[in-house]
Design a protein around this ligand. Sequence first.
Ligand code: PEP
Ligand code: MG
Length: 537
Amino acid sequence: METFVGKSIFQKLNVGPIFYFEKQENLVKRETIEDPEQEILRFQTAQKEAISQLEEIYEKAKLEVGELSASIFQVHSMMLLDEDFLDSIYHMIRENHVNAEFATGKTAENFYTMFSEMDDEYMQARAVDVKDIAERVISILQNKGTDFSFVTEPVILVAEDLAPSETVQMDKSKILGIVTRHGAANSHTAILARMMNIPALFGVDIQKSWHNHLAVVDGYEGRLTIDPSEEYLSKVEIKRQEEEQKKKLLSEMKGLETITKSGQKVHLYANIGRVSDVAQALLNDAEGIGLFRSEFLYLEASDYPTEEEQFQAYKRVAENMGGKRVIIRTLDIGADKQVDYFHLDKEENPALGYRAIRICLENIPLFKTQLRALLRASAFGTVAIMFPMIISVEEVRRAKEILEAVKTELKNLRIKYKDVEVGIMIETPAAVLISMELAKEVDFFSIGTNDLTQYLLALDRQNPKLDSFYNPHHKAVLTAIEMTVKSAHEQGIWVGICGELGSDLALTETFVKMGIDELSVSPSFIYALREKIRNID
Ligand code: PEP
Ligand code: MG
């Protein structure tokens, strides 16, 4: 039995076998092959498949985002036919007798360096594309994806790190825990683990040799125990029974009103990232959905989700919530939420970069597709639309203008939709400081304390080295929340919190005293919050 410590992301306990997940990019190994011509044929088959995938993607993208943005996929296809690129691969296979994966990866690396050193901006941008097409070919050669379909039994997933796009693709019922070497406590991978109710530890000195070994992931103590002794396992069992008991006691909160002793009402909503999370929201008696992170629909797809696909997803959430308010945030891609098919440039400071509403206001077809899907879904429940990362009144007006244009288009086509509430996230210092003016533009505010803390304290939420500095209890953060609540109420609109701070029981009373109208949290926190609020005078 051996114990390793880590940073706990979610307090829960689970026992199970370890699955060591090795990422694709680590798997390209140099191998010596016997028959170079046969290997070239193998490469050419993968190349053909990649081109046909890209053609399909191009056709879909053309409809979704317009010809101009979609043309990148044609560029990719052309690059896959580039003579210099192919010559280099064939030469390596013939001369060095290396496998096609290695030759493709090595050639891409060389072209990447060559392109990124060129003066021409267009050519510099092609550097990332070369990597992208090489990855596509390599994954076809290896017959691999990151859809986790290879995990068939419940396991504790161990990995160097996990991207949000990977985490969101996991089948929750097969994941008993997540343990990684890298990862920050405020990253979206961490948020997803909490939303999925999965114990997770980051910063653990993981080892590949653990694969298939039995382990205990203890999110209360921040410990991972490999090959636990019988004695330790019986202690774990007792702890798990206590956990169950506590859960049962809390579930007595089901159906009760969330109201303080003096009669102040607070709405308790759930944060979700996938349609299937609605089950947890309902199970935990959420009064609505306070934040549907719609970008996860994009993250789990390998291509732009169509209007119809999005409509079906939003409609299901709206219908399943049976008329309760469902706040759907428009696309908040960028920073740690990267989607390959968006082909966003690599940025020096992605958290301060091209993300969220900034992308939507520049890519109108993309934005309109989502708004059309949202409005169509509004006919099936109580949908509200929320714009993220707002810094100015102009942005809100522009976003609303586009929304109005989409409404007119739907009206002309006689497609049904309901009037929706429109809100914004308050998650930048700029938005807090002009919250008085912003409140005149919208129906509600939702405070995103995750980003707000990051920007107010100048601390990258993705950097694990800063976890101990990241202090959402900082006076600046609490003052900003108070200011926002005041501005909202002075303009007669409601205001909630949908960042992780909303579930911090140590601050619940503070928020209630400030007059917060709503708290939106991971479903498993709802009962504890209700109990807390019902005990406040
Ligand atoms: C936030 O920033 O607090 C928030 C809720 O949004 P996200 O965590 O997805 O950035
Ligand atoms: Mg945010």
